[in-house]
Ligand binder design. Structure first.
Ligand code: URA
Length: 206
């Protein structure tokens, strides 16, 4: 953009009449679909950009697509996704009312943890998604998603249960639904965390 303006000025076009193209989620999606910034593009079946209400008050962010998400090109559609849908509905929202995305848009092989360089390359896409959606609350699921938005090296057990701020938006970290599938005892703290989000968004919990 800066170079373009400088070039236009140099060429003598002092008045820039043509409005710059507005960034939209659709344009951003097209950019992400063509991404080759890291090695994950070589093994992906599909890019998983994210989906839901583009004006959502509430955004959920996971770590990265798994096998099912990679197949379908949609976030949280496997077993953990079904549990996330239940959590969303228990919060008196529908999946369509919220927005769901991941830190990484492509599946890491064998569902390994995201590598630091993958997060570095991919996170700007999430940042721009959040700038466009402008939610009131973000719920980050699990340690990797929490660390992507919250400046902390703590694990999710320590981080969860309280709001943090990210660019003026309230962020609530909680356990990842995949962890919930294996740990029944995490259900109670997750319910407590999402009740705080519901209160923030004016939803009655009972
Ligand atoms: N786990 C995630 O973190 N994201 C998905 O989309 C699916 C499973």
């Amino acid at each position: 953009m800066k170079e373009y303006v400088a070039e236009q000025l140099e060429l003598g076009f002092l008045e820039l009449t043509a409005p710059f193209d507005k960034m939209t989620l659709e344009k951003l999606r097209a950019e992400v679909m063509a991404c080759t910034r890291c090695e994950l593009h070589k093994t992906r079946q599909n890019v998983v950009f994210g989906e839901g209400n583009e004006n959502a008050d509430l955004v959920f962010i996971g770590e990265a697509p798994g096998a099912e998400e990679d197949q379908q090109g949609r976030p949280f559609v496997g077993a953990a996704g079904k549990l996330l849908t239940k959590i969303i509905e228990a919060m008196k929202f529908t999946r369509e009312e919220v927005y769901i995305a991941n830190v990484l848009k492509c599946r890491p092989p064998n569902n390994r943890d995201p590598l630091p360089n993958e997060v570095t390359h991919c996170k700007p896409f999430l940042t721009r998604q959040l700038e466009l959606i402008k939610p009131k609350v973000i719920c980050v699921l699990g340690t990797h998603a929490a660390r992507a938005l919250i400046n902390s090296s703590e694990g999710i057990t320590r981080m969860r249960g309280q709001f943090y701020m990210y660019n003026g938006i309230k962020v609530m970290p909680t356990f990842h639904p995949a962890y919930l599938l294996r740990n029944d005892s995490a259900k109670r703290p997750v319910w407590s965390d999402v009740q705080k989000i519901m209160a923030e968004l004016g939803k009655q919990s009972k």
